[in-house]
Design a protein around this ligand. Structure first.
Ligand code: F6P
Length: 548
């Protein structure tokens, strides 16, 4: 059965939303609060341990209702069902998209009985291995427990586990240390190896395809290092791998019991829930990894069954569409007020931009509207002291997502209270700004001479009405992290459905990979420069001269 495809810009709801946006586009959001004493009640939702406050968005009840109509008009419900049923909604790769199957419980049957079985079996194998490494039952070639786990991967085979191990640092007591090496230049790997004891180091080569230049290069360097220190025979006991590519794992001589399966129906950026998360499972242990999956599953159930007006991921996605297409805000700044979430913006960059950075619709026609936003961000307090100036007074406009836990991630609640105060204060400042009149009065009260005050006023005015959402939660724990990731995953799917694009392929990254392969010989051996195009010949000559 063909999956319904109704791009938002071609629905009758789209021009109605445009008209509403014209009216709201010049409204002061602070005024909207003044007109509606229960604005927070109307424009916030709490579910599955997350409180989404979108009362600071430039929106009202009518526009919200219309956005929910848009979700119906683009047949979001049918597309969700198609995803869950394992239909090949990733049309350009002819693949199902079943990361939701990775978070299922026995009996759920997501993706069908065979997929449920393979997921649960592989999950159990992976968790048993992780527990073995964590507890010291699985040891290195010299019989010593592993003290260091080095995940070698990139993109979705790096960002998810790297972000999650960082975020859940408080849950990693007693586990080996985890490092995540990704870049091809070898700098990070060299630093990690310099401090590593080969006898107690386990490498995990994470690569869905097992063909990725960066990962295979680092894996070979690590392998040579280990073989050099402990001998070739030791290698299998120090290398695990996660991939769909069994043949490549054979060739790499990965220990048969230390290999974990991936499936083509899991996109790299959606794979932290699979065995790609083995480093996370080693770091936080079986129960916490299961809690992480359960958190994601909770949001899956919520997304699948909740009407749009109360559906957190759908609302988040629809608000993103509102900001991008109707209020013309092409970027999203993600601002966690918990340093343990410091890699979350980087994680979201791949999730959002690799998924929705498309300009062609499912049927091959050009997209009829702007699509995915540029995502960026930093932990909130750091950002306040670097780029918030631009957000407050600069000309480029961004939408903002504040991520705010009530409880400290390190047991230091007094300092977390300062982070909470900072976050709420910034949200308030972005909402109300400060008018020329307020600025002028403050200056005069400080006894600044009137002429000087008048000169300063325009520099100190803050226009306010910068749209933001706050995602408030109790604590950055495994279940909550699972919920947060699934929240954004389904928001991304909602947005992609509205734009009528395929959120699950990534053809744009292929060209650069291919050209890199062509250039490697010319860079390695300048004698082979003849194959390189004129556009880079002079640069190659300069490289040669400076490289020595
Ligand atoms: O180049 C982008 C990409 O294909 C991502 O989609 C993926 O997460 C990453 O490379 C790594 O791929 P692999 O897991 O196959 O090494």
């Amino acid at each position: 059965m063909a999956v319904p495809f109704s791009p938002g810009p071609e629905t009758s709801v789209w021009p109605e939303l445009s008209a509403l946006a014209q009216r709201l586009g010049s409204a002061a959001v602070g005024e909207l609060f003044a007109q509606d004493k229960d604005r927070f009640g109307r424009l916030s939702r709490q579910s599955a341990g997350l409180l989404l406050d979108f009362s600071r968005q430039r929106i009202d009840g009518r526009a919200l209702g219309k956005l929910c109509q848009l979700a119906d008009a683009v047949q979001l419900r049918a597309r969700i069902d198609a995803m869950w049923n394992g239909e090949h909604i990733n049309t350009t790769e002819d693949r199902a998209v079943l990361h939701v199957a990775l978070r299922q419980n026995a009996g759920d049957g997501i993706g069908g009985a065979a997929i449920e079985k393979t997921v649960l079996t592989e999950r159990e194998r992976m968790l048993a291995f992780a527990e073995g490494v964590r507890g010291g039952a699985i040891r290195g070639s010299k019989g010593q427990p592993f003290r260091l786990v080095v995940n070698i991967g990139i993109g979705g085979s790096d960002l998810g586990p790297a972000m999650a191990v960082q975020a859940l640092h408080a849950f990693t007591q007693g586990a080996p240390g985890c490092e995540f090496v990704s870049n091809v230049d070898g700098v990070h790997l060299a630093q990690v190896l310099a401090g590593a004891d080969p006898a107690t180091t386990l490498f995990i080569v994470s690569s869905k395809t097992f063909t990725t230049l960066e990962t295979l290069t680092n894996a070979r360097t690590a392998r040579a290092w280990l073989a050099g220190k402990l001998g070739e025979a030791a290698v299998p006991q120090h290398f695990a791998a996660v991939s769909v590519n069994q043949k490549a794992m054979d060739e790499f001589k990965v220990h048969p019991q230390y290999r974990f399966q991936m499936w083509d129906w899991v996109g790299g950026r959606y794979s932290v829930w699979s065995s790609i998360g083995v480093s996370l499972a080693i770091a936080v242990g079986r129960a916490n990894f299961q809690a992480f999956l359960a958190g994601g599953h909770e949001i899956d159930e919520h997304f699948r069954s909740t009407p749009w007006p109360d559906n957190l991921p759908a609302l988040m996605g629809l608000l993103a569409v509102w900001n991008i297409n109707f209020l013309r805000l092409p970027t999203l700044a993600v601002l966690p007020y918990d340093d343990s979430l410091r890699r979350f913006p980087a994680y979201l960059q791949q999730l959002v931009m690799e998924s929705n950075g498309k300009s062609v619709m499912l049927d091959g026609r050009p997209a009829q509207s702007e699509t995915g936003p540029v995502v960026w961000g930093e932990p909130g307090n750091n950002a306040q002291h670097s780029f918030f100036q631009l957000l407050h007074q600069g000309t480029p406009r961004a939408a903002l997502d504040f991520l705010l836990p009530a409880r400290s991630s390190c047991g230091n609640q007094p300092q977390q209270n300062l982070a909470i105060a900072s976050c709420l204060a910034q949200a308030e400042a972005f909402l109300h700004g400060q008018s020329a009149q307020v600025v002028r009065e403050a200056l005069l009260q400080q006894k600044v001479p009137p002429a000087q005050a008048d000169a300063l006023v325009p520099h100190k005015v803050d226009p306010g009405s910068r749209p933001s959402s706050i995602v408030l939660f109790r604590q950055t724990d495994p279940a909550t992290l699972g919920r947060l990731i699934a929240l954004y995953e389904h928001s991304v799917f909602t947005q992609g459905t509205v734009w009528g694009i395929n959120s699950f392929d990534q053809w744009g990254v292929e060209l650069g990979k291919r050209i890199t392969e062509q250039f490697v010989p010319a860079v390695e051996d300048p004698g082979k420069n003849r194959g390189a195009p004129g556009t880079v010949l002079k640069l190659l000559e300069a490289v040669k001269a400076w490289r020595g």
